[in-house]
Design a protein around this ligand. Structure first.
Ligand code: ZN
Length: 310
């Protein structure tokens, strides 16, 4: 293997592109995380714009076996056989050039995470049956070091402490519950700060413009989903009962969820709409999360949104 991509890869020309991605993908939240927010000075191609800290790679693909569209949706397991470290990474390009004698090119961040140097042997497994449209993760167990969440926590505009929370007593965080405020940002923030009202709260409130407010620490239990608070993180989205998410709100929510999944090792299948959260026990249920994620009130709608966006 060798490494490639990013502002410092002078082996790529300033206008060199990528075989699997185009400029249109910069706006797609499924792929935009692979790239720097702006092109490095003097460059116009996507190769130098890759974020070298993200986990991507190139192989000399035979497109008859692994078509471009398959590769664009695929995640591969990349392993350093010398130390057993693994990470999930996205294919982004064709390469390296046959004259190098190498068959795989890794992002500098991926190579560093796996402890690989140029000309080391790497094992890459990609399954034609299972293209997984999710973000890459480093296998913590085998990586042998502590904090390696590849996703930064999105910026929190303000932490406004809610009194309506309690200790988790060591309970593990294993699910995320998504809500609709059915009202304005101001009314949600006010209600969650009131100690003598309904005594409800949420860990996060995401405004229509994508601003994220935090009101309860992740390590504490917030009162957002009766019967399912002990092990969950609650995220409120500001919207009326018939409103879908706005684009910036969806992007902020997806970024926050991505970070939470990795931070607490929460399975992707454990992201629920309020009414569908296992353990939720309020008699009569709730209309929440309303039309935020689609017109139909069912968990499948939530799961489809997660699949497409997170
Ligand atoms: Zn709710």
């Amino acid at each position: 293997m060798s490494t490639f991509g990013g502002p410092h890869d002078l082996g790529m020309s300033p206008d060199e592109g990528l075989a699997l991605f185009s400029n249109a993908d910069l706006k797609d939240p499924r792929y935009s995380y692979l790239f720097l927010p702006a092109p490095p000075p003097g460059t116009s191609g996507l190769g130098r714009r890759l974020n070298p800290d993200q986990y991507y790679f190139a192989c000399r693909w035979n497109y008859a076996d692994t078509p471009r569209e398959f590769l664009r949706r695929a995640l591969a397991r990349v392993e350093n056989p010398a130390n057993g470290r693994t990470a999930d990474a996205r294919p982004v390009d064709w390469g390296p050039h046959p004259s190098t004698g190498r068959v795989a090119d890794l992002s500098p961040g991926l190579a560093a995470a796996l402890g690989l140097n140029t000309d080391d042997v790497v094992k890459i497994t990609i399954s034609a049956r299972r293209a997984i449209p999710v973000k890459p993760t480093l296998s913590m167990k085998r990586a042998g070091h502590g904090s390696s969440n590849p996703h930064a926590k999105p910026a929190i505009k303000q932490f406004i402490k809610s009194p309506n929370c309690s200790c988790r007593n060591g309970a593990r965080i294993d699910k995320i519950v998504l809500h609709c405020t059915e009202g304005s940002l101001a009314s949600a923030l006010a209600e969650f700060q009131k100690a003598d009202g309904r005594q409800v709260s949420a860990h996060y409130v995401i405004d229509r413009n994508g601003d994220i407010y935090q009101m309860v620490s992740d390590s504490d239990r917030s009162n957002h989903c009766m019967g399912a608070n002990q092990n969950s993180i609650g995220i409120e989205h500001v919207a009326g009962e018939t409103d879908p998410l706005t684009a910036p709100q969806a992007a902020a929510s997806a970024a926050l969820i991505r970070w939470l999944l990795q931070q607490y090792q929460i399975p992707r299948t454990n992201i629920f709409g309020h009414d569908f959260a296992p353990g939720y026990s309020r008699p009569g249920g709730t209309s929440c999360p309303d039309k935020l994620f689609g017109a139909t009130h069912d968990q499948r709608t939530i799961a489809a949104w997660v699949e497409a966006n997170v």
